[in-house]
Structures are given as C-alpha cells and as structure tokens.
Design a protein around this ligand. Structure first.
Ligand code: HEC
Length: 186
C-alpha cells in the first residue's frame, strides 16, 4: 500500500515540476495589437498572470517581472521572463529575434547573453545597462544606449505588424515600415 502512495506522490511531484517549466515556441507570440500596450511597449503573460506583469510594467519605481512575462517593442524582438535561476546573468530574461509574416512568427534566434538582433547588435549588451530597479527594461530613460531609429518609425513598425489580421496604419507609416524592411538584413 505504501508503495502505491509513494508512486502517486512521485507522479504528482513530476507533474508539478513539469508545470513549472515554460514551453516557448513560435505559437507563444502574438501580434502586437493582441498584447496589452504600456506607454510605448506591449506586454503579455504566458502563465495567465497578466495582472502581475502589468503591475510591474506600470510601476513608477520598477520591480521584477513575474515568470512568463512577454515584452515587445517591435514585432521582431521579444523578451520573455523565464523561471527563477534559469539565467542569472540576464536576470532570467530570454531574448528572441523573430521573423514575422501573415502566417505568424518564426524563431530566428533565442537564448540569453549570446543573442544578437539582425543588425548584429547584442540584446543583452544594451539591456544590461538599464538601472537595476527596471529589470533590464530600457524604455527611453532607464540608462541604455538609444536605439538608432526614431520613435515615429518604431510606431510605424508597431502599427504594421504583419501578424495582425488588420491594421490602421497610415500610408506614411506603411511606407516607413517598408523602408526599414528594405534596408534590414534578411
Ligand atoms: C542598441 C541597443 C539595443 C539592442 C542591440 C537591443 N535593444 Fe531592445 N531596446 C533598446 C532600447 C534603448 C529600448 C527602448 C526604446 C524606447 O522605448 O525608446 C529597447 C526596447 C526593447 C523592448 C521593450 C522594453 C524596453 O526595454 O523598453 C524589448 C522587449 C526589447 N528591446 C528586446 C530586445 C531584443 C530581444 C533584442 C535583441 C534581439 C534587443 N532588444 C536589442 C536597446 C537595444
């Protein structure tokens, strides 16, 4: 009888451990307009815990994002908060560089301190410069090196996310996004 109880305990334990590990694949990512906007960026939660993610994102004093938080500025670059202790160097953030089109997202690159964007610039190198209370989120005032693209172009890229079924981008925004794509490495 004891043996059965032990087996049951082990089963329950392994189920719980499994539940703690996030499964992240190309289906984990949404079109930006289906995420929640916070100031200039967008958030989501892979663990159904959007309220806690939003609480940190909206906090005036910063904080540590909960496991499963997804953060995006442009359609092709994503940060996901992994389980505690997964990657202490990057404060458990996993960086993703995606390819996006009407069909959805494809993961071009994922990882921790080693991920570069398509312009061969290292995600971690920039984001690590954010002051500690901001948990590697740069925005425009947290201490990171500035992005080489102006804000109206970032908005154009957000408005023309090809994964969204529809968009309300102006002709000018579509043109800006097209130009960026034309001059981005494939
Ligand atoms: C040149 C430095 C630089 C590089 C390289 C870089 N970022 Fe950023 N990133 C920034 C800055 C600065 C912002 C904030 C821009 C703003 O809000 O004006 C930002 C914004 C973001 C945001 C929105 C949240 C935030 O931090 O404000 C995410 C998510 C993000 N970047 C992910 C990535 C990923 C993933 C990569 C690599 C594939 C990457 N970034 C590469 C500097 C960089």
């Amino acid at each position: 009888m004891l043996r059965y109880w032990l087996m049951l305990l082990l089963l329950v334990q392994s189920f719980c451990l499994q539940a703690e590990t996030l499964t992240i694949n190309e289906k984990s990512f949404k079109c930006l307009s289906q995420m929640t906007p916070v100031r200039g960026f967008f958030v989501d939660s892979l663990t159904g815990n959007l309220a806690d993610t939003l609480a940190v994102a909206k906090s005036a004093t910063g904080g540590v994002y909960p496991v499963g938080s997804v953060v995006q500025l442009v359609p092709t670059e994503v940060m996901v908060k992994r389980e505690q202790g997964f990657s202490p160097v990057t404060k458990d953030w996993e960086f993703f560089e995606l390819d996006v089109d009407k069909q959805g997202s494809k993961i071009r690159k994922r990882g921790f301190a080693d991920v570069n964007n398509r312009f061969k610039k290292n995600c971690f190198a920039c984001h690590a410069a954010a002051k500690p209370e901001w948990d590697m989120i740069c925005e425009d005032s947290h201490g990171c090196e500035k992005l080489p693209i102006p804000e109206h172009v970032i908005v154009a890229l957000q408005k023309t996310d090809p994964r969204c079924p529809t968009n309300d981008a102006t002709a000018m925004q579509r043109f800006s996004a097209w130009l960026v794509q034309k001059f981005s490495p494939n």
